[in-house]
Design a protein around this ligand. Sequence first.
Ligand code: DX5
Ligand code: ZN
Length: 217
Amino acid sequence: MGIQIAPSMLSADFANLEAEAARIPGADWLHMDVMDNHFVPNLTLGVPVIEALAKVAKQPIDAHLMIEDPDRWAPAFAEAGAQSITFHVEAARDPLQLARNIRRQGARASMAIKPDTALEPYEGLLPEIDMILIMTVEPGFGGQSFMDSCLPKVARARELINKHGGDIWLQVDGGVSLETIERCAEAGADMFVAGSAVFGADDPDAMIASLRSHAER
Ligand code: DX5
Ligand code: ZN
């Protein structure tokens, strides 16, 4: 698949999401951060917003569920039109069944790991998923500093993906910028979420192109 850039719409203008998506035709995905004030200490958006954006955006939607009980909610996000759905292993009651349910609905299933969570206990999920998200900040807010301490886990995830084979993408999310993206790519990431770096730029679409070329180096 090569390098993919998924701007986080959390840093976009929420009053104009359709126009914000149209400003970034170079984005491979629109990353939508769903927070419930339980799994993380912040509250953002839910199914209706994703449904509305999915109807008008050209890019597919990558829904990042930072919520309790993703087992219950993931199907509604698939029905709303999200083409990739990421749940946190720390929140899922039955991650295996959840991944299967997401795939059965025709969406890509993805598992996310917080900075303090080990990857190894979830190795058995690899045949059932399409992407691993290694968080490079504590989930909850945009604009935080990248945690270099998460890079060894990105490298470990790349090893596990190579060992298992199959077309599993490796996403990083949090503090990804022109300064940090090369380190992530070197560690093996191939899909990059960036919020403040993209929407804080004068030309967000040009920033996507720059991020991509840095990752491809
Ligand atoms: C954080 C979210 C991220 C966030 C990234 O919990 O999952 O997607 O929006 O924002 P930046 O790129 O600004 O760190
Ligand atoms: Zn995210």
